[in-house]
Write a new protein. Structure first.
Lengths: 366, 399
């Protein structure tokens, strides 16, 4: 294979797909990126058997063919080459040659036949959604995913595809984020758990735009096509907990709180709270919400703000981190907080929207 | 810390379990009594009355051997609940004399009487009063050793047992230690004593005078501690329970009736031990993030396996579930199992984050069960899976 293309294009292409390479795999081919020539372009693929990414870059191909090269090495070389045409070629010993002006590098590759192809995903269960909508859906749920590797099922986000909408759910068993969004061209019903890593990589690509993202769901894989990049991920196998059971059906108190001010105050109080398991106590006194945090080693914090309250006064403690993570992504001026008692779960929702729900469990007040 | 003026008591109940049994059953008075956990071949002596000790019987001796040494001894099954309640009464008497009380076992405690002894007319008068109070309230005798530190107090109690009272003052230490065999110092075991003997050190006094550099070379970091012991220097404080640092882990173990690989029996024992560990966690307001098991095989090799769990817990069932998973993996080893244990580690204080999927009823249930058990005795109320089984109650004691 022999082809030339702009350094910038090749560099960005390989850099993008190489994010699917987790690290130093014991199997060398999994650390390599596959480069295949097509008409007028090069197709770049990286796949570590969990996550795969693919994209194309414009190129002029003089000898068709394919090669694989260690992703890390070629990215590092391309990063510092001058802004000019790069010629990439391979010999029969799989030695990859990269030339650019007066630079000439030979990197040891591996036979392309060893490269594992991305799995085929049938197209019978799929939908389309805009970049902006998908970006928000992920942003508003991904923070509640559990980092606990011992419970694999919670290290991903549940996607439920319905007739014309998706429901996306994350929980780490202390809080739960549920977001719904309309989708287009939905075909088939599906429910699957997508690893956080795939959604992190997808989010990097997504912008605040109306361009479409196409999503295909298979039994054990999911595929996203966005901005000319294909992301294929293994799904997490198993039964997601029955999250609907823990959504409070009714409540006795409802607070309407200005989101931005609330966020600023919780953030400040958490400077003290972080020394005490992040615990922050919320107390209503009429139409004021008083926030206090205390730590034996640090000191005390006191904040208050004006709210609108329906129902009796209440005192309840929450993990400040759980509050700030929701308030930073809710995206509305006001939030509702629906509460019953200091031991019951609280529900938070954006004012004026009914597509987003956050449920969080309190902490002991003590 | 200036330790010159400390007044430390070591209170040790005399043949505690055996004396309680003699008190409860007058027929046993003045007779050799052996208290055992259960009268099985593998049982060990929990306690022996002074009459039985005359025949060479001592605690921790296999029951079979004790029965050979003293065939006429009255053998009594232990009553752990009773011993615990008597123990609590005795320690609460002691608390009238000082709040600096360190309970070192069910029948022994250290008391820091520095500054408080004078209020009772001096150390010896205070000790006499404590002994009298215990005798009149519980009809039991004890021995009190008094010294400027814990080590010497323990030594003093050992000199005048039973029903004794002995004080070793700082100025008496050099003379006493010059002839005292090193094995009499609490904390020096047979191995260390033998090593010291090979270095020509046989008395506490000679240990105190030994070259610290040589001790450090032979015993490493323990060297200095040994030299201090030999000199009768002991700064270790009396630490009451409320000042004690949070434990790093809690565990319960059980030696099985016979070596086994019976999964039903092992699971059952594991469940029992998990409940015991969970009860202690709840009692201390702690939550475990790590659950472990210990197995000891027929050949006495011991293995431990542990796993970090998602949410810190104080629930017996949650601990059991993890312990059981660990057991299943460990059972791939084909050797018969002699001992099984459950441990809880990575302990956290109870700043508790409630879980969305927790069953709030379980938490309430545990609280109610704990309340009943603390009133009517350990495991009066237990999970149904532990019903219809022999009582497995254990107590720890130091010989």
């Amino acid at each position: 294979m022999r082809a030339t293309c702009a350094r910038k294009d090749l560099y960005h292409g390989i850099q993008t797909v190489s994010r699917a390479i987790a690290g130093r795999s014991a199997w060398p081919i999994l650390n390599n990126v596959l480069i295949r020539s097509e008409e007028g372009q090069l197709r770049l693929t990286a796949f570590d058997l969990e996550l795969g990414m693919e994209c194309t870059v414009p190129a002029s191909v003089s000898t068709p063919g394919s090669l694989t090269v260690p992703a890390r090495l070629i990215v590092d070389v391309l990063a510092t080459l001058p802004e000019a045409e790069v010629e990439i070629s391979v010999d029969e010993q799989n030695q990859v040659n990269v030339r650019c002006e007066k630079s000439d590098y030979t990197i040891l590759g591996l036979p392309p036949e060893e490269f594992r192809p991305l799995p085929e995903i049938p197209g019978d269960r799929s939908f389309e959604i805009t970049e902006a909508a998908l970006r928000d859906v992920i942003k508003q749920t991904i923070f509640a995913v559990s980092p606990d590797e011992t419970r694999a099922i919670l290290t991903g986000t549940l996607f439920i595809l319905g007739e014309d909408a998706i429901k996306v759910v994350s929980t780490d068993t202390h809080r739960l984020a549920v977001r719904e969004s309309p989708v287009a061209k939905a075909s088939g019903e599906a429910s699957c758990i997508v690893p956080k890593r795939a959604l992190d990589e997808l989010s990097r690509l997504l912008e605040d735009s109306d361009s479409g993202v196409t999503v295909f769901i298979a039994d054990s894989q999911i595929k996203f096509i966005a901005k000319g990049v294909t992301i294929v991920s293994r799904l997490i196998d198993g039964q997601f907990p029955n999250y609907e059971r823990v959504i409070p059906g009714e409540f006795q108190k409802k607070l309407t709180i200005p989101a931005e001010e609330f966020l600023a105050k919780v953030r400040r109080a958490s400077i003290v709270a972080r020394e005490n398991a992040n615990r922050i106590v919320l107390r209503t006194e009429g139409d004021r919400l008083v926030m206090t945090a205390e730590s034996g080693d640090v000191g005390k914090a006191y904040e208050e703000l004006e709210i609108v309250k329906d129902g009796e006064d209440i005192e309840i403690a929450f993990n400040a981190k759980y509050l700030t993570e929701f308030l930073s992504v809710v995206g509305t001026e006001g939030v509702f907080m629906e509460l019953t008692g200091s031991l019951n779960p609280g529900a938070m929702k954006p004012v004026g929207k009914d597509n987003y729900l956050y449920v969080l469990m309190p902490m002991q007040i003590m | 810390m200036d330790t010159t003026d400390r007044t430390i008591f070591l209170l040790d109940m005399d043949a505690f379990f055996a004396s309680i049994e003699q008190r409860e059953d007058p027929n046993l008075m003045g007779k050799p009594v052996i208290v055992v956990g259960s009268a099985s071949q593998r049982s060990v002596v929990c306690a022996a009355s002074y009459e039985a000790r005359g025949f060479g019987v001592h605690s921790a001796m296999p029951y079979v051997q004790a029965a050979r040494l003293c065939p006429q001894a009255k053998v009594v099954a232990a009553h752990p609940g009773l011993y615990r309640s008597v123990s609590r009464n005795i320690f609460s008497i002691c608390e009238n004399f000082t709040d600096m009380l360190e309970i070192s076992s069910i029948d022994e405690c250290y008391m820091d009487m520095t500054g408080t002894a004078e209020r009772f007319g001096g150390a010896v008068r205070a000790a006499v009063m404590i002994k009298e109070r215990i005798r009149s309230a519980e009809r039991l005798s004890c021995t009190i050793g008094i010294g400027p530190g814990k080590l010497v107090a323990k030594l003093a109690a050992g000199i005048k047992k039973p029903d004794g009272l002995y004080q070793i003052k700082r100025q008496d230490i050099p003379k006493l230690f010059s002839t005292l065999p090193i094995s009499k110092l609490h904390g020096i075991g047979a191995k260390t004593a033998a090593k010291l003997k090979s270095m020509g050190i046989t008395t506490a006094g000679s240990l105190g005078r030994a070259d610290r550099r040589v001790l450090a070379r032979v015993f490493g970091t323990m060297g200095d501690a040994l030299a201090d012991m030999g000199a009768g220097r002991d700064d270790s404080p009396v630490i009451p329970y409320y000042m004690r640092p949070r434990p790093k882990s809690l565990s319960h173990e059980h030696t099985l009736e016979k070596d086994t690989r019976d999964p039903g029996l092992l699971r059952h024992t594991l469940r029992y031990l998990s409940e015991q560990v969970a009860y202690r966690l709840r009692n201390q307001g702690l939550y475990a993030k790590n659950v472990g098991i210990t197995l000891r095989f027929r050949d006495l090799e011991r293995i431990t396996r542990s796993r970090t769990i998602g949410n810190a817990t104080d629930d017996g069932l949650a601990i059991y579930k993890t312990a059981q998973e660990l057991l299943e993996i460990a059972m791939k080893d084909p050797r018969p199992i002699r001992l099984i244990g459950v441990s809880a580690g990575s302990l956290e204080e109870g700043i508790m984050q409630y879980g969305l999927f927790d069953n709030p009823k379980r938490k309430t249930l545990s609280e109610v069960v704990d309340g009943l058990n603390s009133r009517f005795g350990s495991m009066s109320v237990k999970p149904a899976s532990l019903l219809n089984t022999e009582e497995n109650d254990h107590i720890t004691f130091k010989g």
